[in-house]
Design a protein around this ligand. Structure first.
Ligand code: C5P
Length: 221
């Protein structure tokens, strides 16, 4: 069908989801936010009082977990066993815990297989931490997106203004800690795939970044 897959990885707050959504719209592709899947699992486990150290309990519990990404009018909705948790998974509570659950190998294996299924028919823009290295190593276009940590914290802060009592400093700390856990974990850590293109978005507008990715993709048609 002439479609390709586009993998976008990078640290927290680099603008991956904004850009991935724009690129998907421009190409009429499907956007898959894999971070939302890790967040949804975290929200569910946390609610049941299951800590990331309780690996057997985690793996047993997620067997009955249905995570759905539903494209909607104003962005993607995330459902867990039929319940809309789109807002809940963006809380600082979930943000500060998700990288601990994301270390669990069995949890990753399960989510990776769901993500691969979503990309089977191509025409997918998928963002995360291990898409180019592990989930879709054959993706035609791979981007590794970065920005300075100050710029990333500032962008996240602007997004989270509506959550009361959250300061720029809290967000900067959350981002730095998640980057550390994501880069240092044993199973598919965050890193740039050898064949990925590095895009520093610090001084670029979202439209400029999206345009670059779309023109890279066009070379495949
Ligand atoms: O992309 P987002 O910031 O929402 O991701 C939240 C967390 O989920 C990341 O910090 C990381 O710990 C985990 N994650 C992951 N692999 C992915 C996507 C997200 O480990 N592909």
């Amino acid at each position: 069908n002439g479609k390709i897959n586009i993998a976008i990885d990078g640290p927290a707050g680099a603008g991956k989801s904004t850009i991935a959504r724009m690129v998907a719209n421009m190409l009429s592709y499907v956007y898959v936010d894999t971070g939302a899947m890790y967040r949804a699992a975290t929200w569910y486990l946390k609610n049941r009082g299951i800590e990331p150290e309780e690996v057997n309990e985690v793996l047993h519990t997620v067997q009955n977990l249905g995570i759905e990404l539903i494209p909607g009018e104003d962005g993607q909705q995330v459902h867990v066993n039929g319940q809309d948790v789109t807002a809940e998974i963006r809380s600082l509570t979930v943000s500060s815990q998700v990288s601990r659950y994301a270390q669990i190998e069995g949890l990753r294996t399960w989510l990776v297989s769901l993500q691969r299924q979503m990309a089977l028919r191509k025409g997918v823009v998928m963002d995360g931490r291990d898409i180019g290295t592990t989930v879709l190593p054959d993706a035609e276009v791979k981007i590794y997106m970065t920005a300075t940590v100050e710029e990333r914290a500032r962008r996240r802060f602007n997004e989270m203004q509506e959550q009361q009592g959250i300061t720029l400093e809290m967000i900067a700390r959350d981002i730095a800690e998640r980057d550390r856990l994501d880069q240092e974990r044993e199973v598919s850590p965050l890193r740039q795939a050898e064949d990925a293109i590095l895009l520093d978005t610090t001084h670029l507008t979202p439209q400029e970044v999206a345009n670059r990715i779309v023109s890279l993709s066009r070379t495949y048609w």
